[in-house]
Design a protein around this ligand. Structure first.
Ligand code: NAG
Ligand code: NAG
Length: 347
């Protein structure tokens, strides 16, 4: 995909080359050659960065092995799902399974549970999120879970959010990694202290959610001319929590590095794509922490996991779009997880 910015840069670059070569026609081709080489070097450099980071993702993926027991490759919990929203937690949970988790649990409101169960016999669904004992009910499962994804289809009901706050606190106390998306981010924007300084959290805001968080934490508007700087500032203000800003290109930071994921996707954005990202990220975060920093060449394991999940989501989008074009939906993307994963990470 050639983005508008790239196309613009290419046009501007070509114009510079043309002008300079016209002005310095006497000096002829060498100048052209020098400039062209500079442009292609720049491009090759960013492709090389992408490839290097993909290699780090490959390093954290545990090999399939018949000697492992069920659950070793990941037991993931999704916290979300209410009367209005049942698709998002389903998409996140099934994506975690398709990426390679052994078990996927959904902790949702009681009205959502029968619906989510009916979508799939492969998920374990707990109708507890709106019960007075919700925190305790989820806490019982925490020792058996490797990562939580908080927010898909959560909604903004006060009672649910209060329970989710308790679940986040219990997860932090047990040092369980959490991926926070959607209305989970709304909760964090109301109470940033919930996540401040928790280095096992990854936030995955879209444009709107990013602005809201930024305003809540840094008390000012985002500088739209400086996406990288804004991201870095937000991550640092949260105590170097990993933040993934989803967009035309995804940009990711752990407060130290900023990575850009521009894996080719498509022009089609469908609701639910973010749930594929958060669900697969839940698994990758677990794998990355298991592998440890020696496998990620000095980069933060969570940052590498996030890069992997962004690349995978975009590759699924690309493949689904090749087949379905404008009618591409999230279910089509999820059907591509297996082949997209092999293409990116098992070559
Ligand atoms: C590992 O880190 C070194 C030093 O920063 C760098 O030169 C090298 O390209 C990195 N390797 C990968 C696979 O990212
Ligand atoms: C976050 O990372 C930056 C850059 O490395 C560092 O200066 C800062 O002290 C870190 N903050 C925390 C809370 O660790």
């Amino acid at each position: 995909m050639v983005t508008r910015a790239e196309a613009g840069a290419a046009v501007a670059g070509a114009a510079v080359v043309a002008l300079l070569s016209a002005a310095l026609a006497l000096y002829g081709p060498p100048l052209d050659a020098v400039l062209e080489r500079a442009f292609s070097l720049y491009k090759a450099h960013s492709i090389k960065d992408m490839e290097n980071t993909l290699q780090l993702v490959r390093n954290i993926i545990p090999p399939l092995s018949s000697t492992k027991h069920k659950g070793q490759d990941g037991r993931i919990g999704i916290v979300g799902g209410c009367q209005e929203y049942t698709g998002a937690p389903y998409f996140a949970a099934i994506s975690a399974l398709k990426v390679g988790a052994d078990l996927s649990h959904v902790f949702c409101a009681s009205t959502a549970a029968p619906v989510i169960k009916a979508y799939s016999p492969e998920l374990i669904v707990h109708p507890v999120l709106d019960s007075p004992g919700a925190v305790h009910e989820v806490e019982k499962w925490l020792p058996r879970l490797h990562a939580l994804v908080v927010g898909p289809g959560l909604g903004r009901d006060d009672a649910l959010l209060k329970n989710v706050k308790g679940i986040l606190e219990a997860s932090k106390a047990r040092d369980i990694p959490v991926v926070i998306d959607a209305d989970g981010l709304w909760l964090v924007a109301q109470q940033p202290a919930l996540i401040q300084g928790y280095r096992k959290a990854v936030l995955t805001p879209n444009h709107m959610e990013f602005s809201r968080l930024y305003d809540a934490v840094l008390r000012g508007p985002v500088d739209s001319d400086d996406r990288h700087g804004s991201l870095l500032r937000l991550s640092q203000a949260l105590g170097n929590v990993t933040v993934v800003q989803k967009g035309e290109r995804d940009i990711l930071s752990d407060g130290q590095q900023v990575l850009v994921c521009s894996q080719e996707g498509s022009s089609r954005r469908c609701g639910g794509q973010g749930d594929l990202l958060s669900g697969s990220l839940g698994v990758l975060v677990h794998w990355a922490l298991l592998a440890g920093p020696e496998k990620t060449n000095g980069s933060s394991p969570l940052l590498v996991a996030a890069f992997g999940a962004c690349s995978l989501t975009r590759q699924c989008n690309h493949q689904a779009f090749q087949k379905h074009g404008r009618s591409t939906t999230t279910s089509d993307m999820i059907a591509e997880v297996g082949t997209a994963f092999s293409k990116l990470f098992e070559t």
